[in-house]
Write a protein that binds this ligand. Structure first.
Ligand SMILES: Cc1cc2nc3c(=O)[nH]c(=O)nc-3n(C[C@H](O)[C@H](O)[C@H](O)COP(=O)(O)O)c2cc1C
Length: 187
């Protein structure tokens, strides 16, 4: 059986803390010996993702009418067994690319296409604001009736500090462990 995992990075910094934590989660998942694993990384800075126009044409049409990369991202999210979304903390909340993804997902919300989807949320910050950022993501998940496996906080003045934070390392290990527990036992 194929196990599809998608990581989505909401930072514009290619070598930033968010990317660094997502890379570490991916490494941990690879070490967890999950069979049939297929991982795809999406960096919101590399895709064309417009903000939601609020037209709600998606309600009638069944898909978003904006001609950009959202359809591809949505397809990938819908067909994933686990989605890991990471956001840098910007003024105690998610970054604008992550907010765009959240708002555009309204086109999937009408028919609950993300219902029961397993998600792990990551918030990377210099100092503070992870709680509120993760709350934004958790409220979004609740609205879609997704299954939040865990949340991870990356805190550090410099990018390199984030992965020397023992709490973050432990949260990464615990998150992958918690995801593994949701998988059916292999015979
Ligand atoms: C617009 C902006 C707002 C920020 N707001 C906060 C904040 O509220 N609290 C904080 O501790 N750090 C804040 N930071 C710092 C970032 O959260 C921090 O640099 C984080 O590591 C960025 O993630 P990245 O390296 O993946 O881009 C802010 C940075 C920017 C550019």
């Amino acid at each position: 059986m194929t196990m599809k995992i998608t990581t989505i990075c909401g930072s514009n910094r290619r070598k930033g803390a968010t990317k660094c934590i997502l890379g570490s989660i991916e490494k941990e998942i690879k070490q967890a010996n999950i069979s049939g694993l297929k991982t795809k990384n999406i960096s919101l800075s590399d895709v064309h993702l417009e903000p939601c126009k609020g037209c709600l044409k998606c309600k009638k049409k069944g898909h978003c009418v904006i001609p950009d990369d959202f359809g591809k991202i949505a397809f990938r999210m819908i067909h994933s067994d686990l989605i890991v979304i990471g956001s840098p903390v910007y003024f105690s909340d998610v970054s604008s690319p992550v907010k765009a993804l959240i708002d555009r997902s309204v086109s999937l919300w009408h028919t609950k296409l993300l219902k029961d989807k397993k998600v792990i949320f990551v918030a990377a910050t210099m100092e503070s604001g992870t709680e509120h950022t993760l709350e934004t993501l958790k409220i979004w998940a609740k609205d879609h009736e997704m299954n939040v496996i865990s949340t991870i906080e990356g805190i550090g003045e410099e990018v390199k500090d984030v992965l020397s934070n023992e709490k973050t390392i432990q949260q990464i290990k615990d998150s992958v462990g918690a995801f593994k527990l949701t998988l059916p036992c292999e015979s």
